[in-house]
Structure formats: C-alpha cells, structure tokens
Design a protein. Structure first.
Length: 393
C-alpha cells in the first residue's frame, strides 16, 4: 500500500473527539513552526471549524504535524534533527540527579565515585576515601576521618547546571558553537552527540560523547576519551533520575571528627620525631619534622598552594614526612608538606620502584597541626592509609 493510501485509511478509522481550544493550539503551533502567515492561519481555522469534515481535518493536521517531526510539547519525532540547544533547555531545569563517576585504565577501574545533586548543592564520595561537598558558595573535601583537607570556590556557582559543573575544564554545554549540533547516532530510544574538547584539558582529550534519552532529552551518560599517553583512558559519568531525593541536611559537612591514627608533639625548627600509628594496616610509624613558617605574600608560594593560602590566610607551615612499613621499609621523604593550623591537608607519596621490594604502594595521609599553650610547639595529628594497585571495594 502506498503511503498516501495508508494515511487515508488511518484517518478514516481514527476515533477522536474534537476540543476547540486544543485544536486551535495544535494548529497555531503547526503554522508557527511552518512560518505560516497570520492571514493563512485565520482563513484555515475558519474553514476547518465550520466544515462538516471537522473531525477529518483535525486528524489530518495532527498526522501531518507528526510526519513533519513536530510535537506540540516541544520535542521532535525526528531524533536526527534535535539540536543540542534543546537538550540544554531540558537540563537547565533539573533540580535532582544521582550519578556515578567512573575512571578506567587498560588494566581496570581506577576510581568509582557516587554522587547526588539537590537543593542547589552537591555531594560525592568514594568508598573508604575522600568526599567532596559543594553548597553553591564553597567547595570542600573531607577525608575518611572527616578532616577538611581542601577548600575552594564553589564549582556549582561557576556553571549553569550540575552537568556542566561535572565536566568543567573539559566541555562547555551552552557555548554558541555547539548549540546547533545534531546527533551523530540515533537509536530507538537514545541520541548520541559528539564534541571536541573545549576546556583547559583539551590537549589531553580525543573527544567527548553525550548520550541522551530520545524522548526526555536528558543526559544518560557522558563519556570522555582521554589520549592514551595520559593517566587514564576513559571517564564515564552515568546519571540516574529515579533514585530517592536526598534531604538538605545530607549535603552539610559532618561536624564530628574521628580520632587520628597517631599524635606527636613537634617543635618548629626542631629535630625530627617519630609518631606511632595505630590501626593502619601495613604502616607502623611516621617520621616528621616541622621546619618552616611562612607569612609572606602568596606570590612566594607554588601555584598549587596559592588559592588555599589566599582563602585561609597566614601563617602557613611546612614539614618533612616519611613513613615506615611493617616490613621496616622507609618511604621516600616529602620535604615540603603544607600545613595550616586546625586544618587538614591531604597528601600522598610512594609508588612502585621507591620501595626496596619494588612493589606498588602509595600512602595517603592527612596531617592536622594544632596549637598548644607554648609558642612554636604544636600537636601533630596524623591519619593515613596504605593503598595498593588493587581498588579497594
């Protein structure tokens, strides 16, 4: 059967009740999208509403609209023609989403994070490791003992929506150059858009793809293909919209700090001391020395320290630290570990070939410097974790 005959047959068999207000809305939308003139719209409507074949005419208009890929609610049946701007319009109104952030290497997973966004705030965590919080004003990281180890300007505040915030430095969602981009692949229930990297990490990236639902136009996953010579090969963001929304208090920083693994008293400019560690599998002690107090301008610091120094203020201290394993292997020494009073500073040292047995190890640690009643004498609280090549799940 020819397409025209098939359409006629379906129009004759269609059962539809007319509603003048709805019918007029559909027609106005159709003519508006087809750039029809006002005169044409008025004349056509007058013919339809007064004609004996009103039912047939309304049904015909609806079917023609469908064949042209039109949808009164703003979508498009023809997925290949959905411009990226339509996706951006949908995601700008998202007020809750649950997500997973997965990084992979050739030999397996390197990181799996779980996160939530609601109430204009975000929280993400990795099992038995750090968490980050963003309340729309400040971005903070805490370690497993709930020590704040980093503070910075809110990432959410810099971007239009949570999806763009998750891909900052990699992809900008709403720039004019990509607004008219259409899918490179159209499936029965999804569309795939491909982008060239546009952020500060562009030199590290091959491409980015975004998979969205064909009807919802909401992102399902965002995949970043990193160049093979870099640290990891792919990053995959997966979004879930049916999880239960978290209450606002879920996004607040915890107030209870868990006890450290070890505590020692250090003197500024004094000799190195040993701090015995408890309940840290694989590590038995740390060797530390507090050697410098810094109160100068931020320009005198390494770039990686400046932002926090400008936010937290002076004074800033530096210490040397090394660790001794259960096998009595001593790690290499970190000579300039930064410290601020009453605040943590997450750091790491040690990889393969730095240990006598050439096994892969690295140590994550959080030192917290606390003042005493004596000048230049401090209590150093230390929490640390020994990690291996195998991901802890």
């Amino acid at each position: 059967m020819r397409p025209t005959e098939n359409i006629k047959r379906q129009i004759k068999n269609i059962k539809i009740k007319t509603n003048p207000e709805v019918d007029e809305a559909v027609l106005n939308d159709l003519f508006g999208r087809l750039d029809g003139t006002e005169g044409v719209r008025e004349n056509t409507w007058r013919v339809i509403v007064h004609h004996k074949m009103t039912k047939f005419a309304i049904a015909a208009v609806i079917i023609v609209a469908a064949l042209l890929g039109l949808n009164h609610f703003g979508g498009s049946i023809d997925g290949a023609s959905v411009a990226w701007a339509e996706v951006v319009q949908r995601i700008e109104n998202v007020d809750f989403v649950h997500f997973y952030d997965i990084e992979t290497k050739k030999d397996g997973f390197t990181a799996i994070r779980e996160g939530w966004y609601a109430h204009g705030k975000a929280r993400s965590r990795r099992y038995r490791e750090d968490q980050w919080f963003d309340d729309g004003e400040t971005w903070s990281i805490i370690d497993e003992r709930n020590n704040v180890t980093a503070i910075g300007e809110s990432i959410l505040a810099k971007h239009e929506n949570i999806f763009e915030a998750m891909t900052y430095g990699i992809l900008s969602f709403n720039i004019n150059q990509v607004r008219n981009k259409t899918p490179i692949s159209v499936g029965s229930d999804f569309l795939i858009y491909e982008f060239d990297p546009s952020g500060e990490k562009a030199d590290w990236i091959e491409k980015i793809t975004v998979t969205v639902g064909r009807n919802s136009l909401m992102p399902i996953q965002i995949k970043t293909y990193f160049k093979h010579e870099k640290w990891y090969i792919n990053r995959l963001l997966v979004f879930d919209y049916e999880a239960q929304e978290k209450p606002e208090e879920f996004f607040e920083l915890p107030t209870e700090i868990k006890p450290p693994h070890g505590v020692g008293r250090v003197v500024l400019g004094g000799e190195e001391i040993e701090i015995k560690l408890h309940n840290v599998p694989g590590i038995k002690k740390a060797i530390v020395r507090l050697h410098t107090k810094f109160e100068g301008p931020a320009e005198g610091l390494l770039k990686s320290y400046r932002q926090r120094y400008e936010r937290v203020g002076e004074p800033m201290y530096f210490m040397e630290i090394a660790f001794v394993t259960d096998e009595n292997y001593r790690s290499n020494t970190s000579k300039d570990c930064p410290l601020w009073l009453e605040q943590g500073a997450k750091a790491a040292l040690g990889i393969e070939k730095t240990w006598p047995d050439n096994k892969y190890r690295y140590i994550l640690y959080t030192p917290v410097l606390r003042a005493t009643d004596k000048e230049n004498v401090f209590n150093l609280e230390l929490s640390c974790w020994l990690k291996t090549k195998q991901l802890d799940l």
